[in-house]
Design a protein around this ligand. Sequence first.
Ligand code: GLU
Length: 280
Amino acid sequence: MMFRTRFAPSPTGPLHLGHAYSAMLAYDMATEAGGEFILRIDDLDQSRSRAEWEDLIFEDLKWLGLSWPTPVRRENDHADDYAAALDRLGAMGLTYPCRCRRKDIEAAASAPQEGVPQFGPDGRIYPGTCRTRTMEDRQSDDVIRLNMRKAVALAGSPSFTETGPIHGGNHVISGDMFDTIGDVILSRRDMAAAYHLAVVVDDAAQGITHVIRGADLFEATFIHVLLHQLLGHPTPTYHHHDLIRDEAGKRLAKRDDARAIRKYREDGLSPADVRKLVGL
Ligand code: GLU
């Protein structure tokens, strides 16, 4: 099978050094393996996505020397694919509508049980208030959640291979996910899909064999592998790389304009200088 990887930025701000590292590492690994590097635009959040940022992503990545097949997939154009996947999970009895707002979840979590984790990769672990609701009862402003306990029981124990420097090895999906992650959101109001569902549907649709991305997404990988298994997709190999941090050790964010690739370009640095800066 041909090695195929992707870089999937959100057009919500300028790419910074951390993005450059992620994109170049994925590109280099694909090139070395004689495979393919794909660019995908994660524009699920239409309230924050802008055409200008998307144009700048193309410009920055071209300047860095990367190339990719066109047309580029934009997630917001694929609402039907995500709805079909959501329906399949619904038909398996794994989804339910949820009307809880943040303040309801905070209030329900105000008396935590000892030894039970309160936060997972998506923030506060959902206490399950709406879990007994059924999809027939779905209202237009509900989000849709995955019933994690049922999902894990149905999926068996799928595993994935991680080749990154921090968590390298084989990882098995276990029943712990109910306690450590909880019932994640698959579909949100006013969005084509929530991130976890979209990334899984897209990686399968694009035949991604290797997912190369920052270590901040390692925990979310358990959700993604579970969804791949439930939807009958092959499981990609994962590689979570170290994050590029500022001098104080803080991970870079889109608002760190000082480290925007555009800024380095304007300051007269070369792509080779940027490679050196990120240790490639
Ligand atoms: N759009 C996501 C991000 O920028 C991509 C995550 C992924 O690679 O799965 O964090």
